[in-house]
Write a protein that binds this ligand. Structure first.
Ligand SMILES: [Zn+2]
Length: 132
C-alpha cells in the first residue's frame, strides 16, 4: 500500500462521524447509532428474508466496527512502515559491514564456516533478495 493510498483511507476516516458506532438488534432489524447526543444518526435495516439473519447481523457489526477498527489498522500500518524503514537502514549498514569483512575463500554463501558470507546471506534473505 502506498503512502497516498493510506492517506486517502485516513482522510475518509477523519471525515466520518467520530466513533465508536454502536450496533444493536431491534425486533427484526439491525440498528446502527452513529454519533452521540442530539446529533446522532440512526440507521436501521430490516433483515430481508432472503438473507441469512446471522449474515446481515455480521455485516452490520462489521460496518459499525470499521469506524474504530480502520483507524487502529492505519496506526498499526504506520508503525510497521516506520519499523520496516528503520530495519532497511540497519540492513544496509550491516551489508556494508559484511562486505568490508570480506571473505578469503571462493566458496558460496552457504558455507557454514564463513561468518561474512553467512551474514551476507542472512541479510539478503531479510531484505528479500538473493545473496550476491
Ligand atoms: Zn565466505
Amino acid at each position: 500500500m502506498t503512502d497516498d493510498e493510506l492517506k486517502a483511507i485516513e482522510e475518509r476516516c477523519e471525515k466520518a462521524t467520530e466513533g465508536p458506532w454502536d450496533v444493536e438488534a431491534v425486533s427484526n432489524a439491525c440498528r446502527v447509532t452513529i454519533g452521540k447526543g442530539s446529533g446522532k444518526v440512526i440507521l436501521a435495516r430490516a433483515c430481508p428474508p432472503q438473507l441469512q439473519e446471522e449474515e446481515t447481523w455480521s455485516n452490520v457489526k462489521f460496518m459499525a466496527a470499521a469506524r474504530t477498527d480502520v483507524p487502529a489498522l492505519i496506526e498499526e500500518v504506520k508503525r510497521l512502515k516506520a519499523k520496516v524503514s528503520a530495519l532497511q537502514e540497519i540492513i544496509e549498514k550491516a551489508q556494508a559491514i559484511a562486505d568490508r569483512l570480506g571473505c578469503s575463500d571462493a566458496h558460496g554463501p552457504e558455507n557454514p564456516m564463513c561468518d561474512p558470507c553467512l551474514l551476507r546471506a542472512a541479510l539478503a534473505k531479510l531484505d528479500g533478495k538473493e545473496a550476491k
